[in-house]
Design a protein around this ligand. Structure first.
Ligand SMILES: Cc1ncc(COP(=O)(O)O)c(C=O)c1O
Length: 374
């Protein structure tokens, strides 16, 4: 079987380092707010290129607490993409604000700045761009809009650690960046984890308080917070993995290049664009299948090749957001993407022969539709 993702291969490659890090935490007996959390926060801040980083329990909490710290709440609107994981818009509702969706650019799956501009109104307080699949969103245009309308920009970097525009990493481009260390992410923990990064000291301190029951000083609670700490064991594991992250991103890039070379001539597939001067970190390698995506995924499944659909239902059509009143047809490009996308197996340890088997399976299924040679 060729899995969409196999975390055991990565563990095997780094087991001695990970096991030793875990053993050190067990021996030290400090499991919350320990030295690994503080060190990992410093390392991520340095890696991303921000002054501050605050470890949290998940990427969802990172987005949620970023909005709380920006005082986004009832009566406010936040503009975001309808083509993302549920957490992106869920957190807007959780703080009592209203998500306002703007359509994506079909060439990149990321927010279309013109659509964002049209969605901005008098109640808009923030924009949440998502760097979907690890490809940076068009931050220059989004930041220009944010400046013009005095809005905060919360980058959803759950899928994009290490991605950059002109050498500047995602997370350092907006007001605050939110990362997820969910196990399948490019930098994944062995459990849940997340982090915010920012250059704004007040914002970082507020989020530090919010993650600890709103207490700046232990047992002195200034506001309602929650328990959202990154735990010491996960931080120790993530510190080991961070040392390998750049090499893993390079390997993902090589796999993506191999897929691209082999699939570019297939007429019924569309390989999406990587804008100039941007580094795509290929959290996913996602193609568009014109005509019958589900037949292709079924055919690959019969060949023991796993694929995935991120995401089959756009956020504006999810029951959770029914009260917002969006109807099918509201966002043509997001809805089309939901019907056409297919993510192929990709993870750093995926072998070339496995990539070639996936490609062969696709070619055989779509065989009659090869484009003529140039
Ligand atoms: C785009 C996006 N945003 C937010 C999240 C939420 O992260 P977490 O699962 O760590 O809460 C995820 C991943 O799960 C994601 O893919």
């Amino acid at each position: 079987m060729i899995p969409a993702l196999d975390l055991t291969r990565q563990y095997q490659a780094i087991a001695p380092e990970v096991d030793a890090a875990i053993a050190r935490v067990l021996a030290a007996g400090v499991f919350i707010n320990g030295p690994n959390v503080a060190a990992f926060e410093d390392e991520i801040a340095r890696y991303v290129g921000t002054r501050y980083a605050v470890g949290l329990n998940s990427g969802t909490d990172a987005l949620h607490l970023a909005l709380r710290a920006l005082d986004v709440g009832p009566g406010d609107e936040v503009v975001t993409t309808p083509f993302s994981f549920a957490a992106t818009s869920e957190v807007i509702g959780i703080v009592g604000a209203t998500p306002v969706f703007a359509d994506i650019d079909p060439a990149t799956f990321n927010l279309d700045p013109a659509a964002v501009e049209a969605a901005i109104g008098p109640r808009t307080r923030a924009i949440i761009p998502v760097h979907l699949y690890g490809r940076p969103a068009p931050m220059d245009a989004i930041k220009a809009l944010a400046r013009r309308h005095h809005l905060a920009v919360v980058e959803d970097c759950a899928q994009s650690i290490g991605a950059s525009i002109d050498g500047r990493r995602t997370g350092s481009l907006g007001t605050v960046g939110a990362f997820s260390f969910y196990p399948s992410k490019n930098l994944g923990a062995y459990g849940d984890g997340g982090m915010i990064v920012t250059d704004d000291r007040d914002l970082a301190e507020r989020i530090r308080r919010l993650r600890a029951h709103g207490a700046g000083v232990k047992y002195h609670h200034d506001e309602l917070g929650l328990n959202s700490r990154l735990d010491e064991m996960q931080a120790a594991i993530l510190r080991v993995k961070l040392r390998h992250l750049e090499a893993w991103i390079e390997q993902r890039g090589a796999i993506a290049a191999r897929y691209t070379d082999a699939l570019a001539s297939l007429r019924r597939l569309v390989l999406t664009e990587v804008p100039p001067a941007t580094r795509h970190v290929y959290h996913q390698f996602t193609i568009r299948v014109l005509l019958d995506r589900d037949r292709l995924s079924q055919s690959l499944r019969e060949r023991d090749i796993q694929t995935a659909i991120y995401y089959p239902v756009p956020l504006h059509l999810q029951p959770v957001h029914a009260a917002l009143g969006y109807r099918p047809g509201a966002f043509e490009h997001a809805e089309c993407a939901a019907n056409e996308v297919l993510s192929l197996p990709i993870f750093p340890e995926l072998r070339d022969d496995e990539v070639d088997t996936v490609v062969a399976g696709i070619r055989e299924t779509l065989g009659a539709n090869l484009a003529p040679a140039p």
